[in-house]
Ligand binder design. Structure first.
Ligand code: EPU
Length: 357
């Protein structure tokens, strides 16, 4: 495997921001990955694993360690009754995989069409959209253990999936490198139309839509929100949602609502708008980060230098041209500060920040 030096990372990310990696490798096999881990160890530098770069912000100074870009390919499949088990190499493009299986009428991931990135990233942050999460179809994850240099096979239960969370980005962060993911998809299964925007798109159609129609509709909803990678579309130079939707306890929600009403009263306003929320784990609710940001005074299209908020979705911070990572972080901090002051909520960043420190 070739080991290159001082490779600018911006083109490997959907944000198109960031400086160089001191060393850069492309791993097309498990053996290449093992070599990458050994190389970083020998140099005594950190190793960063790069997939599709769609949930990543790279610092302007770049990364003084080694970056390994996972580019293995291949899909194996076998039938298990009504289900197809697809074992997909981590380096495969996620959206291409979705479109391939949807075209063959396999259900289970159709709502996650149009998400940029590679297959290997999907279990790490339990990718989800429009009411589906990969956690519901993943049956196996194969990964290289960086400590022992052995391959480990995880069952879905062992991945400990939660909202945008798994063992790979929490308790065992930086321990494993995902090389393959197994998905169990139902042949001729019904599409999942739980999410409001999606259900509404088919509300006036009597028949259950085909998976291909659902995929198309999801892509068009994403496109309208600037969440689809379209050449020349300035709103899509982003890392998707920049903040997680905060999950708070029911009593916290009551406190926040009381605080907002009190402030509205003090300001002599009529009733404050109720804070939208959805039921999450028992006793908790999920708030909408996009709503909180807008109500903290940041409209769509807000700009801070070359960094900005997407003109079509408040939750996406965008690179409006030649933005630096520092500008994006300055905007992030401004948003966090105001949301904290107004609602007492600390927004959690969703994309990974890669830097020297
Ligand atoms: N909203 C606003 N302003 C906006 C956009 C949304 O107030 O500009 C509020 C509205 O009330 C809207 C609601 O948020 O009805 C939901 O919006 P949307 O359907 O776009 O969902 P989201 O909560 O903003 C989440 C995921 C997205 C995923 C969509 C669809 C997170 C952090 N984000 O966004 O995932 O595509 O749902 O399921 O959970 C990502 O993680 O990078 C990502 C793009």
């Amino acid at each position: 495997m070739e080991i290159r030096e001082n490779i600018t990372l911006a083109p490997y990310t959907t944000f198109c921001v960031g400086g160089p990696a001191r060393w850069f490798m492309e791993a097309a096999s498990e053996a290449d990955l093992t070599e990458a881990v050994s190389f970083a160890r020998a140099k005594n530098v950190p190793l960063f694993v790069l997939g599709g770069g769609s949930n990543l912000l790279v610092a302007d100074k770049g990364f003084p360690g080694a970056v390994v870009h996972v580019v293995n390919r291949g899909i194996r499949e076998e039938m298990d009754g009504e289900h197809g088990i697809f074992t997909v190499a981590a380096g495969e493009d996620w959206d291409r995989f979705v479109s391939t299986v949807v075209a063959r009428d396999f259900a289970g991931i159709e709502c996650m069409a149009g998400i940029p990135g590679t297959v290997g990233g999907t279990p790490v942050q339990n990718v989800g959209a429009y009411g589906q999460e990969v956690a519901s179809t993943i049956v196996a994850v194969r990964a290289l253990d960086r400590a022992s240099l052995r391959m480990v096979d995880f069952s879905a239960a062992n991945c400990q999936f939660g909202y945008r969370r798994s063992i790979f980005n929490s308790t065992a962060r930086d321990r494993y490198i995902v090389t393959e993911v197994g998905y169990r998809l139902r042949l001729h299964g019904a599409p999942h139309l739980a999410y409001k925007d999606l259900a509404e798109a088919f509300a006036d159609k009597p028949a259950t839509p085909k998976l291909t129609q659902v995929r198309k509709t999801v892509r068009s909803i994403r496109r309208k929100k600037g969440m689809l990678l379209v050449k020349g579309d300035k709103d899509c130079r982003s890392a998707g949602s920049f903040f997680k939707n905060p999950v708070v306890s029911e009593s916290q929600l009551a406190d926040i609502s009381a605080r907002v009403s009190k402030e509205a009263n003090l300001a002599g306003q009529a009733e404050a708008a109720p804070i939208p929320h959805f039921a999450a784990e028992p006793g908790t609710v999920k708030l909408l980060a996009g709503w909180l940001i807008e109500h903290a005074g940041f409209p769509k299209g807000f700009a801070l230098g070359a960094a900005g908020i997407s003109s079509r979705h408040t939750l996406a911070l965008v690179n409006r041209g030649e933005a630096t990572a520092d500008e994006i972080l300055a905007l992030r901090d401004q948003i966090r500060k105001r949301v904290l002051a107004q609602f007492g909520i600390c927004l959690e960043q969703e994309p990974v920040y890669l830097s020297g420190s």
